[in-house]
Design a binder for this molecule. Structure first.
Ligand code: ADP
Ligand code: MG
Length: 211
């Protein structure tokens, strides 16, 4: 099995961005999960911090993003504002060669007004925390009817922080016909239950190394 990104069926724009950032060799989670992710399967990934999960789901969602089409195509739910900013930044860097790609962050603890403003121009990818996203949907400023890829990043932490209800509410707004990628550092019963509720025959990928 090859461990080079260049062997994956990625768009030239993504291969070029990987090359520019000197990403050549895949980490173990990337090697194990990317072929299934790129075949549009649901993936349940368990891997500890530092294993390269962001790049794994970022490549999956960007590969399917059509920047000429309007509407939110991907939603990434994260536990914290800091994580949402980091993830969005990594997606933007990878999407550098995709003209007009718009990645927006939405999280609580900051004024909602500017977020409402930024949503008037829509976005292809939204990265944010469940509570604020739920608020924006409730207030009629955001719809997720065109989402093709749903990602839960650090799902165990979102549960620990008490976001289950908000998460579930937001997920109900996303079409059933979609790809769902769920990542977690640990794998308690609560995560298995959520996976069963929101994923279709997920491929389970577990790694214990970070390289
Ligand atoms: P996780 O979300 O699993 O904790 P991250 O996605 O934040 O891990 O990645 C950790 C670090 O590893 C980041 O600095 C990222 O840029 C880097 N990284 C990810 N994939 C690769 C790779 N294939 N080669 C080199 N560095 C990588
Ligand atoms: Mg991470």
């Amino acid at each position: 099995m090859s461990n080079q990104f260049s062997q994956l069926p990625l768009t030239p724009a993504l291969l070029e961005a990987l090359d520019n950032q000197q990403f050549k060799t895949m980490t173990e989670i990337q090697q194990k999960a990317l072929p299934d992710i790129l075949s549009e399967k649901d993936v349940l990934g368990q891997a500890k911090t530092g294993s390269g999960k962001t790049l794994t789901f970022a490549l999956g969602l960007l590969q399917k993003t059509d920047t000429s089409s309007f509407g939110v195509q991907s939603l990434v739910l994260c536990p914290t504002r800091e994580l949402a900013e980091q993830v969005a930044e990594e997606i933007r860097k990878l999407g550098k060669r995709m003209p007009n790609l718009k990645v927006l962050t939405l999280y609580g603890g900051t004024a909602i007004g500017p977020q409402i403003q930024s949503l008037q121009h829509s976005a292809h990818v939204i990265v944010g925390t469940p509570g604020r996203i739920m608020d924006l949907i409730d207030k009629g400023h955001l719809n997720l009817w065109h989402v093709k890829t749903l990602v839960l990043d650090e799902a165990d932490r979102m549960l620990d922080m008490g976001f289950e209800e908000e998460m579930t509410t937001v997920i109900r707004e996303v079409p059933q016909e979609r790809q769902t990628l769920l990542f977690s550092a640990t794998f308690p019963e609560s995560i298995k239950r959520i996976s069963q509720d929101i994923q279709r025959s997920p491929v389970e990928v577990t790694v214990t190394t970070t390289h």
